[in-house]
Write a protein that binds this ligand. Structure first.
Ligand code: ADP
Ligand code: ZN
Length: 236
């Protein structure tokens, strides 16, 4: 692969034309690959919002909305939420003003049907997709990461107890109570990995065929992986 050049957003700012989107990208990868963690870094680097369908759905559940009620069963079981619900959610989200200059999708698309819907959506907006980055992590590491992930009820930060000799009994940031996401439990995790292999992994071929795919090794420190990711996104 050629060495990617980092994109700059400065060039278009001097003109009065509508500036092109800075970055329209998809972060693809199995559950536990670290998409959410790194996407926040990308958000800061490129100034585009990180749109995580998992986070959006969890907000609906926490807010007790109708959509939240419809999806929580699927999510707790580790199953995919029906395509149309997700497509509507994403359509609404990328139509918001902060997404006008681009966005980074995390957790969407997850099925070929969702990928086709996204393509139509982007065509309508005349915003081409720049790049799809596949964050690769082997399954052993995924399982260790996810089954060790705990969240704080008070501040929402996550803490990973994987490999720690004396895991913290409470949140290391604020002392709040730690809990595990229902779908992070080992039994449910196996189901999620299975669904990933069957329904989401085919997207790799799909985007490879469109010449949009880049690979990033997701093993290593958060800092290292984030650097690789930012570089790969610049290759779009
Ligand atoms: P992870 O990346 O750790 O698997 P997410 O937070 O992205 O978790 O998603 C959690 C759950 O939300 C999924 O297991 C699924 O039930 C639902 N979900 C999120 N995005 C989608 C999507 N694009 N299509 C269908 N279901 C989704
Ligand atoms: Zn906390």
């Amino acid at each position: 692969m050629d060495r990617p050049a980092r994109k700059t957003s400065v060039a278009s700012e001097a003109t009065s034309e509508v500036s092109p989107a800075r970055l329209v990208a998809i972060l693809l990868g199995p559950p536990g690959a670290g998409k959410g963690t790194h996407a926040d870094r990308v958000e800061a680097e490129y100034g585009v919002p990180h749109i995580s369908t998992g986070d959006l759905l969890r907000e609906h559940i926490a807010g007790g909305t109708e959509l939240g009620r419809q999806v929580c069963g699927y999510m707790d079981r580790g199953e995919l939420v029906p395509d149309q619900l997700i497509i509507d959610l994403v359509t609404e989200r990328i139509g918001q003003p902060d997404a006008a200059g681009g966005f980074l999708l995390d957790g969407f698309p997850r099925t070929i049907q969702q990928a086709v819907a996204l393509e139509e959506l982007l065509q309508e907006k005349q915003t081409p997709l720049d790049v799809v980055v596949l964050l690769e992590v082997d399954e052993e590491l995924l399982i260790a990461r996810i089954s060790g992930r705990y969240l704080c009820r008070q501040c929402g930060e996550d803490t990973n107890i994987a490999g720690l000799d004396s895991p913290p009994a409470s949140c290391p940031y604020c002392g709040g109570e730690l809990y595990q996401r229902a779908d992070d439990r080992l039994e449910t995790l196996e189901e999620r990995l299975q669904i990933y292999r069957q329904q989401t992994a085919p997207l790799v071929e799909y985007y490879k065929g469109e010449g949009l795919l880049r690979w990033v090794d997701g093993a290593g420190s958060v800092e290292e992986v984030a650097e690789r990711l930012i570089e790969a996104l610049g290759a779009g």
